[in-house]
Design a protein around this ligand. Structure first.
Ligand code: AMP
Length: 314
């Protein structure tokens, strides 16, 4: 097995190829960030070394689907695609199977708090044809997964993970630990905040109900971005909103209402300086937009949808 590394080591996805290669006595093809961004160089390296197991987020593989050379003829050794970290669109799986007809596409699911993945499924053509939603898989043998309350497609329940691979908790965060971690029959358990349901013994993921989103595989709490924007002088109100195409987040937009009398240009400069200093690069909004007032919906909450619609019409 020749594992192809792409994820940075700070992303727990990389544990997949690092430790699986060690465990199986396989080989690991390490790639720096510049190589991963240069699709032709990356493909040439895989072809040259005969990489056989691709490990990435679905978004990363999707970007490679625009490359004509990303096909079985150029990469005859590539026989498996291992995905984790975000939803795998059916279309991506289908197109990979078309381009690499004898390959296996594996979808795995799990949060970092239950490292690395908790469920797995071989996404065959039959699976794609059989289920309307993309399954995330069967729980691994030593782990137990349930949805609470017991979910259905129409009414999904919160996904809870039980087992030895569940973390002992967050560092120095007793309140959050009390909220998220608990015990079931003496085993550690975690409330994921993800919603889903079981069908045919297979777990299906149905999204989240909170402010956590995925952008290019990176997990982002929108509330953390909003909090940083609100801390900038001259900002009266702010909110970070994801711009989505279908279910996929394409970028984060920071909407800002400046305090009366402040200079928007100055506020923008200060905002960007603070966001770049306080947040990792992938969390810095792709655009900052000043608005005179935030629209509200019928529940009197900030109408994020209207903000995005206004943004798209500009
Ligand atoms: P992270 O801790 O960065 O690995 O992010 C974990 C979160 O990513 C999960 O709680 C889910 O919300 C999402 N996620 C991970 N794998 C999948 C998957 N296969 N399908 C859908 N969402 C996923």
């Amino acid at each position: 097995m020749f594992f192809i590394n792409q994820a940075p080591f700070s992303f727990d996805l990389s544990v997949y190829e690092l430790f699986t290669a060690l465990h199986l006595g396989g080989t690991l093809l390490l790639n720096d960030a510049a190589t991963c961004k240069d699709s032709q160089r990356f493909i040439s390296r895989i072809a040259h070394y005969g990489g056989s197991v691709w490990v990435s987020t679905p978004t990363f593989a999707y970007l490679y689907l625009t490359e004509p050379a990303f096909v079985a003829e150029t990469l005859p050794c590539l026989h498996s695609f291992l995905f984790c970290g975000e939803a795998l669109p059916k279309m991506t799986a289908q197109r990979l199977l078309d381009r690499f007809p004898t390959s296996r596409v594996l979808n795995t699911y799990g949060p970092t708090e239950a490292t690395v993945a908790t469920t797995l499924i071989d996404v065959t053509r039959d699976v794609l044809a059989q289920y309307p939603d993309m399954p995330v898989g069967y729980p691994k043998p030593e782990g137990n997964v349930r949805t609470t309350p017991d979910g259905t497609r129409d009414e999904p329940g919160e996904i809870e993970i039980i087992g030895p691979h569940v973390s002992i908790g967050y560092f120095n965060a007793p309140d959050l630990n009390a909220q998220k971690f608990f015990e079931v029959d003496g085993q550690r358990a975690f409330r994921t905040g993800d919603y889903g349901y079981f069908y045919d013994g297979i777990l299906f993921f149905n999204g989240r109900r909170d402010e956590q989103v995925k952008l290019n595989g990176f997990r982002i709490e929108l509330g953390d971005i909003t909090a940083q924007m609100l801390a900038v002088q001259g900002v009266a109100d702010a909110i970070a909103v994801p711009l989505k195409v279908g279910e996929a987040v394409k970028r984060i937009i920071g909407f800002v209402r400046a305090q009366p009398g402040s200079d928007n240009q100055l506020v923008r400069t200060e905002l960007l300086a603070r966001l770049k200093k306080e947040l990792p690069e992938y969390m810095v909004p792709g655009d900052i937009v000043f608005v005179d007032a935030f629209p509200v919906n019928t529940s009197h909450k900030t109408d994020r949808k209207a903000l995005i619609e206004g943004y798209l019409k500009r």
